[in-house]
Write a protein that binds this ligand. Structure first.
Ligand SMILES: Cc1ncc(COP(=O)(O)O)c(C=O)c1O
Length: 363
């Protein structure tokens, strides 16, 4: 089959290893712990699960392509108008729609710092765009470098706060510097997939209102703190103009009926978010203190994962952990040859992870 060179060069996205795959590959019986994809270790809200059961016998109907009720509820919660909201099949799909809608010329340039959420890159490659990839500085977005890199060909700037995989946050004044430093027709994407977790840190800046600047879209998701990753639903907050354009390239039924109902119910369960965030804060403190005892360097996180330096070949430690039934992520593919990223789990999962890590490090 003949394909374009740029498709030939693509490598499919590699997610965290699924539990079932590890069982198949290594024949491991018993408990496997997955701390690899920043999922909610407490599971989904019970209210969402009930909503899924209730809608199960109505899946013969197409979903509401405009997500009327969900838009209504979310708009109220966020204090925005329903015209400022767009939903996607995960925020992944919104990243794709952003490319499809706003970077339509072959010479268009896209700017972001790397390592960051790999989909900005993979989708950009799939659309054959010019990717201007700048190194992170001290594990954080380099704002001056971004502003310097923007030129008349730039169409989109991706800013991820907190940044996956480093967990670092971008200050509001720095986001404002980027927005003010680029022309009005460069779209600034602020990806806040981990917002609910970040909010628990005193020094995390609220930034949602920046969408009012007109060339900004803020992305959030139900996949992380809301625990609905398997249903695929995320959303964007932007000016009516941006939302209107995105709606022109959006598939009509992109968010399925089950996801819409579950998300609607999940928005009613503040208690579940509170427990989720509390679990995360406690897990974070525990893991920080264990890393300190082990003398391992880690990066302060605003999210539900921690990037840390094992001081050894990351792939080797990753594989040793797999053999012991613990799935994390090796960061060697991102150029961090001695770093792993671990999602914060339940107290039990965190303890098992630390115990197995100690066994491998012989301490
Ligand atoms: C920064 C960031 N943005 C977006 C996503 C995608 O989330 P969704 O499940 O909504 O597609 C992820 C998932 O890992 C992420 O880390």
């Amino acid at each position: 089959m003949r394909v374009a060179d740029y498709i030939e060069k693509l490598k499919p996205y590699e997610g965290g290893k699924p539990i079932e795959e590890l069982k198949r590959e290594l024949g491991i019986e018993g408990d496997i712990i997955k701390l690899a994809s920043n999922e909610n270790p407490l599971g989904p809200s019970e209210k969402a699960v009930d909503a899924i059961r209730e809608i199960a016998d109505k899946v013969n109907f197409y979903p509401d392509g405009d997500a009327y009720y969900l838009k209504e509820k979310l708009a109220k919660k966020l204090g925005v108008s329903r015209d400022n909201l767009i939903f996607g099949n995960g925020s992944d799909e919104l990243i794709e729609l952003i490319y499809r809608t706003f970077a339509t010329d072959t010479n268009d340039e896209i700017v972001y710092c790397y390592p960051t959420f790999i989909e900005y890159k993979i989708i950009g490659m799939a659309f054959n765009k010019r990717l201007v990839e700048l190194p992170l500085k001290d594990f954080a977005y380099d704002i001056d470098a971004i502003i310097d890199a923007v030129n008349p060909k730039t169409r989109i700037v991706f800013l991820n706060t907190p940044n996956n995989p480093t967990g670092t946050a971008i200050k509001r004044k720095d986001l404002e510097r980027v927005i003010e430093g680029v022309s009005d027709d460069v779209l600034v994407v602020i990806d806040e997939a981990y917002y609910e977790y970040a909010k628990a840190e005193d020094d995390y800046d609220e930034i949602l209102d920046l969408y009012k600047k007109g060339n900004v879209i803020v992305l959030r998701t139900f996949s992380k703190a809301y625990g609905l990753a398997g249903l695929r639903i995320g959303y964007g907050i932007a000016s009516k103009e941006i939302v209107d354009y995105l709606n022109r390239t959006r598939p009509p039924f992109n968010v399925n009926i089950v996801a819409q109902h579950a998300a609607l119910a999940a928005l009613d369960d503040d208690e579940h978010i509170k427990n989720t965030v509390e679990n995360n804060q406690k897990g974070k403190e525990y893991l920080y203190s264990e890393f300190e005892k082990l003398g391992l360097k880690y990066i302060k996180t605003y999210a539900n994962f921690i990037l840390f330096d094992v001081g050894d070949d990351a792939d080797r430690i990753y594989n040793e952990l797999l053999k012991k039934g613990v799935i994390v992520r090796s960061m060697s593919g991102y150029g961090y040859k001695t770093f792993l990223r671990v999602s914060i789990g339940t107290p039990h999962e965190n303890e098992v992870f630390i115990t197995k890590l100690k066994e491998i490090l012989n301490v």
